[in-house]
Design a protein around this ligand. Structure first.
Ligand SMILES: C[S@@+](CC[C@H](N)C(=O)[O-])C[C@H]1O[C@@H](n2cnc3c(N)ncnc32)[C@H](O)[C@@H]1O
Length: 437
């Protein structure tokens, strides 16, 4: 079946769900369940719908350029369908203009936008005329506004990126966040090894290769229909985990027999990694305050057949209040803190629109409380790793430097910020290694 109207309709339905508060990946999963699409269709739908979500501001500016009615006043269903049409015209090189318009108009015709079919057709045809004339929305001479429009980020976030990294890097970061994220796997070395598993993937016609900097990392070079249907998932041969995230657990240098606390553990990518690195012979406690997310850890442990991790539902900031025996109890502690997730914006296309400065402030308060309240649980001579998937310095090095200054008994062994790059597929991550003297 050729890529046609149905794939555009599914993409539009994803936008409708995201606009009513569903996360992009969940919206994609839900919508795909009601269709029988193949891997190529799914790649197209993902590219189109996630692209529209990322480029919301850019596409709205085009609606304002093309229609007398500004985007805020358009009926929402029409606004999202215009995004579907415009994204194909403006950002997808391989789609002929005629196909983009006819299939998008067909979505209007066959849904409750029937009465607006003429409007969709007229606006998209007008877009083609303007593209061909080079008549684009006016670009501000202010560099921050320009990045905000062209890369489609809220102004406050571009301002922050520029404050943190300067204009050039801010622009590169914004571009990197608009790229398709990689799909990385972490091999479970207790059950298989990298070469063996790569062979299995190749036998199943899955194009994959090792990630150079990682012992057990593999990246997929194309989108499978469903990741969980790849060979070995149910047998616990691998876990899906971004390459930057795979860098964190080894920083604890975990050893068999050690008592290790993973204080913000769900869904368990790092707890399971710690268990694998210790041949399932450490004593790992995975704490999370979310019951629902703790269940995901347990199902991952069951699938990977790991028994050295115990789960506990608790607020990690008051763990000691309910477990006084935990004082100076752990050899290693991982605080993979709740954070703004700015490092993962390419993976979470809607996140740039829901985040704000107040949310970040609240997170910083929680991050500081986690550090202060969990330090007493560490043994003398023990190691604490604090990590986040953000690139916001207030949540990372600035917070850690303050923490170190306040506590004479600890020292910063190392800290590193990974920034997403245009040629480096991987999330932005930060980690600090702290030892208790
Ligand atoms: C960044 S995620 C952790 C990801 C996880 N370490 C992994 O690699 O799969 C942060 C987690 O912290 C949990 N969390 C937030 N506040 C918490 C608190 N006060 N105590 C315990 N867990 C908390 C959230 O429920 C969320 O699951």
């Amino acid at each position: 079946m050729a890529i046609g109207y149905l794939q555009r309709k599914a993409s539009w339905e994803i936008l409708l769900k995201v606009s009513s508060g569903t996360f992009s990946d969940q919206a994609l999963e839900k919508v795909l369940k009601s269709y029988q699409f193949n891997a190529l269709d799914i790649a197209f739908i993902t590219e189109l719908s996630f692209g529209c979500i990322r480029y919301r501001k850019f596409l709205d500016r085009w609606i304002d350029h093309l229609s007398k009615i500004p985007h805020q006043k358009q009926p929402p269903k029409l606004r999202w369908l215009l995004h579907i049409g415009l994204y194909q015209l403006l950002k997808m090189d391989k789609i002929p203009f005629s196909a983009a318009i006819s299939t998008t108009v067909e979505v209007a015709k066959k849904t409750d936008l029937k009465g607006l079919t003429g409007t969709v057709n007229a606006i998209l045809r007008n877009a083609v005329r303007k593209i061909e004339q080079g008549n684009t929305p006016k670009i501000s001479s202010d560099v921050i506004e320009k990045i905000s429009y062209l890369e489609s980020f809220p102004l406050w976030l571009v301002n922050e990126l520029v404050n943190w990294f300067g204009i050039k890097d801010a622009e590169d970061l914004a571009k990197a966040f608009n790229k398709k994220p990689s799909i990385d796997l972490r091999i479970n070395p207790i059950k298989t090894d990298l070469d063996k598993f790569l062979k299995v993937l190749i036998e199943n016609n899955i194009n994959a290769e090792p990630i150079k900097s990682l012992k057990n990392g593999i990246t997929l070079n194309s989108n499978p229909r469903s990741i969980k249907n790849l060979p070995g998932y149910n047998d616990g041969l691998w876990t899906i985990q971004d390459r930057s995230s795979q860098w964190v657990a080894p920083l604890l240098n975990p050893k068999q027999g050690e008592k290790i606390l993973d204080a913000c553990a769900a869904p368990g990518s790092k707890s399971t990694h710690l268990a694998e690195l210790t041949n399932d012979n450490a004593d790992i406690l995975a704490v999370d305050r979310s019951e629902r997310r703790l269940k995901i850890i347990q199902s991952n442990l069951d699938r990977l057949n790991l028994t050295s991790v115990k789960t506990l539902k608790a607020d990690a900031t008051c763990l000691l209040d309910f477990n006084p025996n935990f004082i100076s109890h752990f050899d290693k502690i991982l605080i993979d803190a709740p954070c703004s997730g700015i490092g993962t914006l390419s993976r979470n296309p809607d996140a740039r629109w829901s985040l704000n400065k107040d949310k970040i402030k609240q997170l910083i308060i929680l991050q500081e409380r986690l550090l202060m309240s969990l330090l007493p649980l560490l043994k003398r001579g023990g190691l604490l790793v604090y990590s986040t998937c953000t690139i916001c310095p207030e949540e990372n090095n600035l917070l850690i430097n303050r923490f170190i200054e306040k506590n004479d008994e600890i020292q910063l062994d190392s800290q590193k910020q990974i920034l997403p790059k245009l040629d480096h597929h991987g999330d932005g991550f930060y980690a600090a290694v702290i030892s208790y003297k």
